[in-house]
Design a protein around this ligand. Structure first.
Ligand code: ADP
Ligand code: MG
Length: 718
């Protein structure tokens, strides 16, 4: 039997994970696993001395620093708890600028001196670690000869235990800094940005007559899209293995034209997988809520209930890890790349985002009373202003090589950042602008004939799936994140620019409140009106996928940064540096470092892809085509030979150009930006040309000779 056919037959077979399917009876209290592997507040209350527990809770509620003298007690309790759960090692778990998580395991045990081992874990080891960090990207912040980097415990994200068939590991979420105290990770700036936003929002709330909020948290809930394919195909494809995406593959006869996959019934093997993923995530305290099929064949989505941005971002990293680990137990491979298959929808991450007080108020909830409406309009206007001012930066915050294939392609938001508000809300802002709203007697708010804002549709048809930044009833959904990316950086940007904008509007509100005739209603209405008028250009409720929008956006002067090298320089733009400096989120040096690291990552990623593409073409595709040509020659059927032979020549020609573009000597090395631009303008087109011929050959060459599994197999056999 031809090789791939054999593959398909085995790929179509599967076993429910050791028949364990459905074994835990969740109606039994003992089987409730939620957060069973988390050093949660409940566990802390049981295990910590009272005064330590209280101090720790204060840290969690207010973001205050923990008195380090209490750390020994916490470490002791954490170690005992973890060892009872079978953990033998611990790690500081952190998020370097690679975009993934990092861990270095240390055993709890040390030699006792008498030939036995003693379990030890001190407060010092809990609070600070010093991994040899010379190999993490730093963007020039730390020379490799001064390799010291520190990890510092983040008590606001609970420690957790990762299980493995052969043991367990205590993971302690930590921040990662250089010895000079500069951020080398994604967590530190995120935490700083949450503080910035909290400060600004609490001040604004006081002006808005809400006096009881001590802290405002930003919240996120990330909908994660992913593909699952049988692992046999994955290991047959050097491109998937090395780059996470298919560099070759002709379009299958069937794609998602029939719309038969979206929200379709979930295949049993996939559902079995999802159930186990959710069970594993539940143990880790990740509150998964939703699962469904996505639009593309073999594409799925999982979403949690929202949490504060820091914990939500950590949980998102864990979610991606568990999605990938669990897949292997079902003979599947989970692809998190933004565009694993050309011509088929890509995968993104929808970052639902809001701001909420420690008293339980969602600041983006329109509310039921005029006062709540005022507050909502104020914060909503602040978001609109921030997004308009920093559109290009937001675009930069989600830029990556993978994203460049996705943004603006099938079913993905365009590279132009705009806001969708929904017809009802847009009407309200327009009325305020036109002065049609006469704030008058209390109770007759906005003069729209209703005492409060018209009810805004939370769910249902009034959705714009084409918008990169959409208001969805009580939160904004930043829909343009890449599926494989950490949500930390985009949220850092979002929090910082909104903090800046809230502060600016708060200053204006303060001014408007001066004078005896001023009422809060009048003052807020004026501030909102001005902010809307100045920033409404970023609001768009039409079809973001259309050509017309590109033209219209250009007329409006909105940024359209199509590729990563276009977008990333905005990380070090003047107004970015000013905002990040003002709120002490990232210094210029830290921003420079990120710009350099991300630019290099882009270029390196493409370099790996282009070398893989050349190797596959040279050593797999060309030989297959030549063999086929030989077979044809043996038949003497000139018409068939004439079909194949020119394509082989074309492939060879394109391949030589690609190999030439890949030569280090031909690539600029004076700056990461120049290298990135070369990759975009010279290497990617050369890769595309090779692929173009190869995909045509795939449709000609005998199936049993073609060395790569095809789209029609990978995407449909499950
Ligand atoms: P849809 O696919 O229609 O956008 P989902 O139910 O799949 O909706 O996802 C909605 C997401 O929004 C969930 O992850 C949810 O937790 C999150 N979310 C809801 N309220 C908030 C909020 N206040 N802040 C942040 N995220 C929120
Ligand atoms: Mg959504």
């Amino acid at each position: 039997m031809p090789r791939t056919r054999q593959q398909n037959v085995t790929a179509a077979q599967w076993n429910a994970n050791g028949s364990a399917l459905g074994s835990p009876d969740l109606t039994l209290p003992g089987n409730q696993v939620f957060a069973s592997n988390v050093f949660s507040p409940v566990v802390q209350r049981h295990r910590l001395p009272k005064h330590v527990y209280r101090a720790l809770q204060k840290t969690l509620a207010r973001g205050e620093a923990l008195d380090t003298s209490l750390a020994d007690a916490v470490a002791q309790a954490m170690k005992e708890w973890a060892m009872e759960k079978g953990a033998t090692h611990y790690t500081h778990w952190f998020q370097p600028l690679t975009g993934s998580t990092a861990e270095k395991h240390d055993s709890f045990y040390g030699p006792a001196g008498d030939g036995t081992a003693l379990a030890e874990f001190s407060g010092k080891e809990l609070i600070q670690g010093e991994p040899d960090a010379s190999s993490f990207p730093t963007g020039g912040i730390r020379a490799t000869f001064e390799a010291r980097g520190y990890t510092a415990w983040d008590p606001t994200s609970p420690a957790f235990i990762l299980e493995n068939p052969n043991g367990a590991l205590l993971c302690i979420p930590t921040a990662f800094t250089s010895w000079t105290g500069e951020a080398l990770d994604h967590k530190i700036p995120l935490l700083r940005s949450m503080d910035a936003l909290s400060g600004a929002a609490v001040r604004a709330l006081e002006l808005l007559d809400v006096q009881d909020a001590a802290r405002v948290f930003t919240t996120i809930g990330c909908e994660q899209e992913y593909f699952l394919i049988d692992e046999q195909y994955y290991f047959e494809r050097p491109d998937l293995l090395t780059t996470g995406r298919t560099l070759y593959g002709a379009q299958p006869p069937k794609g998602h034209e029939l719309d038969d996959h979206y929200f379709g019934s979930i295949p049993e093997r996939i559902l079995a997988y999802m159930l186990e993923v959710e069970l594993e995530l539940a143990k880790l305290g990740v509150p998964i809520k939703t699962r469904h099929n996505e639009v593309a064949p073999n594409q799925y989505e999982v979403a949690p209930i929202f949490e504060n941005s820091n914990v939500g971002a950590d949980h998102q990293m864990i979610t991606m890890q568990i999605l990938q680990n669990t897949a292997r137990r079902y003979g599947l491979l989970c692809l998190l790349h933004e565009k694993p298959f050309a011509g088929v929808n890509g995968s993104g991450k929808h970052n639902n985002w809001s701001m909420g007080t420690d008293t339980g108020l969602n600041l983006l909830e329109p509310g039921d009373t005029p006062a709540e409406n005022l507050q909502f309009l104020f914060f909503c206007a602040a978001v609109i202003q921030a997004v308009n001012k920093h559109q290009a930066l937001l675009r930069a915050s989600i830029a990556s090589a993978g994203q460049d294939h996705r943004l603006g392609a099938n079913e993905a938001p365009p590279a132009i950042i705009s806001i969708f508000l929904g017809a009802e809300l847009e009407k309200v802002f327009t009325a305020i602008e036109a002065g049609k709203v006469q704030p008058s007697k209390p109770g007759s708010f906005l003069g729209l004939g209703t005492p409060v804002l018209p009810p805004l549709p939370l769910h249902g048809g009034d959705r714009n799936r084409t918008s990169p930044f959409a208001f969805t009833g009580n939160k904004f959904e930043f829909r343009a994140l890449g599926s494989s990316s950490s949500p930390a950086f985009p949220n850092t940007v979002l929090n910082t620019i909104v903090a800046e904008s809230v502060d600016e509007l708060a200053d204006k509100l303060k001014d408007a409140l001066k004078g005896s005739a001023a009422t809060l209603e009048k003052a807020v209405t004026k501030v909102v009106k001005d902010a809307w008028t100045a920033n409404k250009q970023v609001v768009f409720d039409g079809d973001g996928y259309s050509e017309a929008w590109h033209k219209e956006a250009e007329k409006r002067g909105l940024a359209n940064l199509r590729t990563t090298p276009d977008a990333l320089p905005w990380l070090v733009n003047k107004q970015t540096i000013a905002a990040f400096k003002k709120y002490k989120v990232l210094s210029k040096r830290e921003l420079d470092a990120r710009y350099e690291v991300f630019t290099e990552q882009y270029a390196v990623t493409i370099n790996i892809e282009s070398e893989t593409a050349a190797a596959i073409a040279r050593t797999m595709l060309l030989p297959a085509a030549v063999r086929y040509l030989n077979e044809l020659r043996a038949t003497g059927l000139e018409e068939l030979i004439a079909e194949v032979e020119p394509l082989i020549k074309e492939l060879h020609f394109a391949l030589i150009k690609l190999e030439d573009a890949n030569l280090k000597d031909n690539q600029p090395d004076s700056s990461p930006q120049k290298w990135a631009v070369y990759m975009r303008d010279t290497v990617i087109p050369a890769m595309d040309d090779v692929r173009d011929v190869a995909d045509r050959l795939e449709k000609l060459v005998a199936d049993d000779l073609w060395p790569l599994p095809k789209y029609s197999e990978m995407l449909f056999i499950k």
